[in-house]
Design a protein around this ligand. Structure first.
Ligand SMILES: *Cc1c(COP(=O)(O)O)cnc(C)c1O
Length: 401
């Protein structure tokens, strides 16, 4: 049955994705079922998106309540859910203003445009360069891929957008040397996701903030993957006691519905005057009503606390595996954004897990990435650890974990 759909898809859908041969039909919490009725425990969550699990009934009700009233009117007018979502967000972080869009890449586009226009408006016409990090990931639109420190996303698309300089992550001296009188901003992920779950050092982020203040330039945090509770705090930068001027969000904000947001302080947002930037669908009522429900649930159900607790437990179990198997080189990450660096390719492990009904992901070829729904339980974590234990031991004793 799956085979038929896969063959049909491979004829008509652009072949930009290397997909696993699974056709999913429904989900609940951390469980997914494919069209053959096979069950999987999900440690991918649509790549750090479905933080509250699949088919969450409360989000679904909020969505349909709004859909019964009003889908869309454009940003020529005001709507209530958009205001409420913006108020919720600015009420819980450094920011004063929110620009809504539809994806992570678009949120970064907005941040890049805002940083450039800020200095243009001040008459500082040559200050439009941005320093970004090696191994970063900021999306696939032209500006976002130009800001991404991985050659593979750019290949074939050059010339890319001008004005991005790259330095090694966690190296303040390289960064200080790269910031010139043409630099308008520094852009980084507090924890690099696609780059292999690499955390910023605490002192590094403090030094980056100080450098940006000294030079009078903007600090942009891409929290598209780390935001909305993924690391056990609402935003990852809260772990570091460092605030940016601009932050971008997307992935988990809609729990699977497409929404992006760029948040900025009053001062940083000043250059976004009427007409400066826009999005037809940005902050549309149905999606913002759902996102508001996502955030309400995160608070009402103490999801952050749960994420910290299960995340700590999960990490300790991965470290236990590291102590047992030399193939595991390093365990890293925070909350439920965890990575396990192997001394060999991760793809066979991903496939072996899949055969046992567990979905995990691999990034940078040899880093297993675990970004399950934040509602995952210790029992589900145990199931994965037993499975990984089996795979690394080469015993393959358990049929389904
Ligand atoms: C996923 C991701 C993006 C891109 O988001 P899209 O919605 O795919 O455009 C940008 N930055 C980070 C850190 C991401 O993880």
């Amino acid at each position: 049955m799956s085979k038929d759909y896969i063959q049909r898809a491979d004829k008509v859908v652009a072949s930009t994705y290397k997909r696993f041969p699974l056709v999913f039909e429904r989900g609940r919490g951390c469980t997914l079922w494919d069209i053959e009725g096979r069950q999987y425990t999900d440690f991918v969550a649509g790549i750090a998106v479905c933080n509250l699990g699949h088919a969450n009934p409360e989000i679904s009700r909020a969505l349909s309540r709004q859909a019964d009233k009003l889908f869309h009117v454009s940003n020529l007018f005001y709507t209530v859910p958009q205001v409420e979502l913006a108020e919720w967000l600015v009420g819980r972080c450094f920011a004063d203003r929110v620009f809504f869009c539809n994806s992570g890449a678009e949120a970064n586009e907005a941040a890049i445009k805002l940083a450039r226009k800020t200095f243009f408006d001040q008459g500082d016409f040559n200050r439009w360069r941005i320093v970004a990090m090696d191994q970063s990931f900021h999306g696939r639109t032209f500006a976002a891929l130009s800001a991404t420190g991985q050659q593979k996303v750019r290949e074939g698309f050059e010339p890319i957008l001008e004005g991005f300089d790259f330095v090694a992550f966690n190296d303040i001296e390289q960064l200080a040397a790269a910031v010139t009188d043409k630099t308008c901003a520094v852009l980084l992920e507090p924890v690099q996701g696609e780059g292999g779950i690499r955390c910023a050092d605490r002192q590094y982020l403090k030094d980056v903030r100080r450098l940006c203040d000294e030079k009078g330039i903007m600090l942009i945090f891409d929290e598209i993957q780390t935001g909305i509770g993924r690391t056990g705090k609402l935003f990852a930068h809260e772990h570091f006691d460092v605030q940016p001027d601009i932050m971008t969000l997307a992935k988990a904000l809609g729990n699977g519905l497409p929404i992006g947001a760029m948040l900025a302080t009053e001062k940083a947002a000043a250059a976004f005057t009427p007409g400066a930037h826009a999005s037809t669908f940005g902050g549309t009522p149905v999606i913002t009503a759902a996102a508001l429900e996502v955030l309400r649930i995160i608070e009402a159900e103490n999801i952050l606390e749960h994420c910290q607790k299960v995340g700590d437990y999960f990490k300790s179990r991965l470290e236990w595996l590291k102590d047992r198997y030399p193939v595991v080189e390093e365990v890293r990450g925070v909350g439920l954004m965890l990575g396990m660096k192997l001394s060999q390719k991760g793809a066979p492990v991903v496939e072996a897990c899949m055969d046992k009904g567990l979905l995990i992901n691999c990034t940078q070829e040899n880093v297993l990435r675990f970004v399950p729904p934040l509602v995952i339980t210790a029992e589900e974590v145990d199931r994965l650890v037993v499975c990984l234990d089996d795979i690394f031991a080469g015993t393959g004793t358990t049929e389904t974990c």
